[in-house]
Structures are given as C-alpha cells and as structure tokens.
Design a protein around this ligand. Sequence first.
Ligand code: AHR
Length: 494
Amino acid sequence: MTTLKMIINGNNKKSKINKEIYGHFSEHLGRCIYEGLYVGENSKIPNTNGMRNDVVEALKEIKIPVLRWPGGCFADEYHWKDGIGPKELRKKMINTHWGGLVEDNSFGTHEFFELCEQIGCEPYIAGNLGSGTVQEMAEWIEYMTFDGVSPMANLRKQNGREKPWKLKYFGIGNENWGCGGSMQPDYYANEYRRYQTYCRNFSGNELFKIACGPNSDDYNWTDKLLSNITPYHTKAISLHYYTVPTGDWNHKGKATEFEIHEYYETIRRTLYIDELITKHCEIMSKHDKNHEIGLIVDEWGTWYDVEDGTNPGFLYQQNTMRDAIVAAINLNIFNQHSDRVIMANIAQAVNVLQAIILTEGKKMIKTPTYHVFNMYKEHQDSTLIDSFVENKTIEYDANSIPCISQSVSIDFQGKMHITVSNCSIDEDFEVESNILGFDFSRVAGKVLTAKMDAHNTFDDPNAIEPQAFTDFRILKDGLKIKLPKCSVVSITLE
Ligand code: AHR
C-alpha cells in the first residue's frame, strides 16, 4: 500500500471557518418546500405548524447554520405579499421556472421564519430585483424588521406577528446575469446600488447585504461589479457553480448509473471550484484590498439528469457515494478559502439536486451527502490550520486528478478536526501525518465508504452510513491512518 505524507502545522493558525460555510438552500422548486420541508398543519405526516418533524430533526442534527430562500430563479419572480395573510386568500400562481405547477403560496414569509426558528438557523432571504420594484423590496424589509408604527409593521401585526424578526442575510437579486433579468454587469451594479439604498436597517436590525456575483468563470462580471460597488454598498458577493459530470447541460448523466471515467470527470469538475474561487478572490483583492467583502458560494453541488419518470422541472436526483466525495472535496476547499469564503449553500436541502434529504410520502432518507455534513460539522466556527498532503494522482482520459483532499481545524475547546477524502476507486492509502504544535492522546473518528454508485433508498435507508473509524495508530509525532478507497474520513484529536 502506498504511504502518503501529510504535514499538519498546529502552530500556523489561519482564518476562522465561518459556520455559514455549512449552509443550505431551499427554493420553491419541485418537492423541496412542499412535501420536503412543509406539509401543512393538516397533514398526516407528523409536523409542527406544518413543518415536517423528521426533516427538522435531521437538519438540527447537522447543525445547519443558515437557510437560503425563496430561490434561486424563483426569487426574482416572487412577490412576497402573495405569501402573507389568511392562507385561503393567498394568490395562486404558476411556477413558470419550475415545472409550471400551481404555487398556492401557503409557505411564505411567516412560515419561513417559523422553519428557521424550529431548526435554529439564520434565515437568508433573496429579494426580487429582476421583476420586482424598489418599493416592493423596501416594504418587505419594513414588514420583517420594523418595530413600531408603520404600514408594513401594522400589516405584519394584523397577520399575527407582533414583534419583528431578526434578519441578517439579504440577497439583492439572484443570478441577475441570467434568470434574474439577463443583465450586463454594469447595469446590474447600478440597479444593485439603487435597490440596496432602500434596504434599511430598522429597529436595530442590521442587514448583511449580498450582491449577485458571477456565474462560474465569468471573471468580467466580478471585475465590473466591484468597479461599481464598494464595501459601503455590500458585505458580500455570491458565486454559483454546479458540477455537471459531462459538461453538457442537455445530457448531464445519471445520478446512479455512470462509468468510471464519468465518476472521475465529476471529481475533476468539482475540483475546478478551487481555481474559480482563487481567481475570483484575486479580482476581489484588486478592488477590496482590506478584505471587507466576502465571497458566498450560495449555490453549489452536482446537477444530473432527473430520475426517470419524474417531472423534468422538479430536478429530483438520487445521491450516491460519488456525491459524498463531491461534498467532502467542496467543503475542504471552502474551509481552505475561509479567509474570503464566508458562506456556502449546497443546492438544495430536500428532494432537489444534491439533496441531503429525500422524502417519499411519510418516508425520509438521509443521503450520503447528509452524512458528510454530519461528519464535517465540527469545523463550524473553528480555526483553519495549515496542512499539506503529498498527493498521488489518477490519470484518466488524458486528465490527472489528485486522490486526496483534506482540511484541518482547531475548535474553541482546543480539539483538532481532520477531514480527508480519497476519490480513488481502487487504491487504499496509508496517510502518515506529522503533526506539529499539537499534543493529543485520544483519537475518535468516522468513515463513510462504499462503492462509487452506492446509495440509500426508501427500502434500504441505511445502506450507506458512517461507521466508527478504528484504522489508525498514534505515532511519536503524529498519526498514521489507513484511508480506504472511495471514502471520507473525519477524525478528532484531543
Ligand atoms: O438550484 C436550481 C437553480 O439553479 C436556481 O434556481 C438558480 O439560481 C440556478 O440556476
């Protein structure tokens, strides 16, 4: 078995890993909100004020820090006043983006805050710049956050909520280079400046305003945007990047049936986000030398062809060990870039794209991606530690990709957390870590490993789940572990 050397320098403490890097995204799309998160008070599925108890419990277990809503593309067609007041009077509309189904608006602002309260996470709302007015956006903020006498605060009270909510994260538009209005960067930047002017900080509530950043490698968007807006206008810009295994949006490939070269191609395209973040950060640093503007990867994950027999507009896909490796790599990369990447939201929480949870009627399964979030949760709000691995590469189709991905942090209690993945499907490795500046005597860990296409189903919900990790040996100055092929391992040292 090949031995790979890893160096962990506990003396070199780097940036804080914001817990929001472990964030999630929920859109009015397919069965994410309806059926997935919200079933309504009268449902036979156990719920609290309409929110599925099993799903809320699962989300609490992985400590989700932040939830983005209502879209996605849906956000720039969403008119918030349609989703407040007595449910029987709420407007019904067509969800033109996603499947053309009737949206009855029974899940709106009050329900979203209720969901976040039950989960214990920060709400992140995306406002409508694409098709909404400045007044509509300004009034939404007033409705949610103003504590006093005003038309919108009064309306909120009439609808049963006396006190305002706390709202920190507010996005001003979504993908305004595409579904959010097909704008040019200069035009969007000016629109952003105008809309954000009227997003007021009411009653001690301080908004953390987020501007729509680039699509994948659109470096020109980042450059033009930041030529026009400054830390005075925004606290962060977003980046969206999806892993499409074939690179062809018309034939993306299946979630559970794929060849080895497609598996490695998925990994290669996932690793590309490292280059994207690095290059966008270079542009950001040119404009924002003091690092006052953060980068939020507020949509990421795998995007496959939908499952056979499902509505193409619902974006429902299964989730395998391949997705677990994709999640592990992405999260390690975000941790490594936590000096600029202050939040990330996987798309999406339930039943859509790289979902962490799938539901069918009253049944619920946790996907391999869910388990990775559970194994990585100790990184939340810890401090990134310098680490380096002497990697081995896999050569395929004239491409070359590294087998190992890793990140290391130390939490506020002084425990060290190491997360590492091995994407090779046929080679186990021995990883020998030299750990500097950190003493430990106890090791505990988890391992998630299976065939690349293994997945959980409603008939076999625990086919793949983490096991205790025992394949390690404490050395005089470090730790030796056996890292199985196609695996994700998390280790805590204390
Ligand atoms: O997550 C699905 C869609 O992908 C979102 O609505 C949109 O923002 C992106 O293009």
